[in-house]
Design a protein around this ligand. Structure first.
Ligand code: DAT
Ligand code: MG
Length: 154
């Protein structure tokens, strides 16, 4: 059994503008993941540079920074068994055009630069903890049991 862990998820400005916050939350809740933190906020240039540090030198970064700071986002922390990898599987590929129907990006988007959702990269060791720390203080995350826990996990 994989371990229970926390992962950082964000509905990006396009998802907020298109009224898809609820849709994204519903999919994660239905899967059995547990919401442990949420913050509706706007990202500034400095946070954009920190969050996307691995992309700062890339050609597409100016456009990415412009987009991610352009309006509010819904930043969240979700917890569950193998959560980081499972959220990435639910998201689909980076480009919605390559994402299978049934995935969030495959069902809700069409364009690489407007792909609705961010989730920590499970192949980047520690990305989940790094991103959670960047967006949330410890006291903004809530420890609690959900009543369906014993029906979700053997
Ligand atoms: P992901 O969001 O799937 O983790 P990533 O970390 O490689 O993808 O890139 C971060 C975001 O940057 C991605 O969601 C959309 C944008 N992006 C990535 N590659 C791009 C490219 N070649 N051109 C334009 N935007 C790109
Ligand atoms: Mg990434």
């Amino acid at each position: 059994m994989s371990k229970r862990e926390r992962t950082f998820v964000m509905v990006k400005p396009d998802g907020v503008q298109r009224g898809l916050i609820g849709e994204v939350i519903s999919r994660l809740e239905d899967r059995g993941l547990k919401l442990v933190g949420a913050k509706f906020m706007q990202i500034d240039d400095e946070l954009a540079r920190e969050h996307y540090a691995e992309h700062v030198e890339k050609d597409f970064f100016p456009g990415l920074k412009e987009f991610i700071t352009s309006g509010p986002v819904m930043a969240m922390v979700w917890e569950g068994q193998d959560a980081t990898r499972q959220v990435r599987r639910m998201m689909g590929e980076t480009d919605p055009a390559d994402s299978a129907p049934g995935t969030i990006r495959g069902d809700l988007g069409l364009d690489l630069g407007r792909n609705v959702i961010h989730g920590s990269d499970h192949e980047d060791e520690g990305a989940n903890e790094r991103e959670i720390d960047l967006f949330f203080d410890d006291d903004e995350l809530v420890d609690y049991d959900r009543v369906d826990d014993e029906w979700l996990y053997e």
